[in-house]
Design a protein. Structure first.
Length: 207
């Protein structure tokens, strides 16, 4: 299994896509929680379905402590924001509000959506989509021009189901290749027949 990073606000959350699990230590580090304490807490409660999973990393195979995505909210909401450090409290609240939705969108829709994106961000995305649309239209125009310079355009079409030609004297490049291949096969057969005939003649003369 491999670790995949999903962007959430300014963080990149490590997840395992194959079984829709999240890495507990990674979440703890982003929020500012004590990872050892939280792992011990999750291990003591079977309902969290926590497990160690071997994943492929740049340093080779490593074991990571995980819980299913479906258990993420239950775990986060079990942490009292009034019992954590002031600098951790706001981050914890942010994760409680949005983290599950972002990861769930990634696993089920293939995209992580930030619902707090500003109007400027949305406009940038729309502008990029419009740019890509224009590039596609330009490529289509170029392809159309190339088709128009085809010397056989208007003289030859083929119904690939019934193999009906409008003009039997007009050939495409594919037709010429098929014809050349057929000629090569005919010549090869002819050479083989002549060689076989010479061998018979030689054997007949020897007798």
């Amino acid at each position: 299994m491999e670790l995949i990073k999903v962007d959430f606000n300014s963080d990149s959350i490590e997840v395992i896509e194959e079984n829709q699990s999240i890495v507990v230590k990674d979440i703890c580090e982003h929020i500012g929680l004590n990872a050892k304490g939280q792992i011990k807490k999750l291990q003591s409660d079977e309902s969290y379905e926590s497990k160690l999973i071997k994943v492929q990393t740049k340093g080779g195979l490593q074991e990571v402590f995980t819980i299913p995505l479906s258990k993420l909210n239950g775990w986060l909401f079990s942490i009292n924001p009034n019992k954590v450090k002031p600098e951790v409290k706001q981050k914890l609240i942010e994760y409680k509000k949005e983290c599950f939705n972002v990861l769930n969108n990634y696993f089920n829709n293939g995209i992580a959506v930030n619902h707090r994106a500003s109007q400027t961000d949305i406009q940038k995305i729309l502008s990029e989509l419009e740019k890509q649309k224009q590039e596609i239209q330009n490529l289509r125009k170029q392809l159309k021009v190339q088709e128009e310079v085809n010397p056989f355009r208007g003289y030859y079409t083929r119904d690939w189901v019934f193999r009906v030609r409008e003009n039997e004297y007009a050939y495409t490049r594919k037709d010429w290749m098929l014809l050349l291949n057929e000629c090569e096969r005919t010549l090869a057969n002819e050479r083989q027949n002549r060689s076989y005939t010479r061998q018979l003649s030689y054997k007949g003369g020897a007798i």
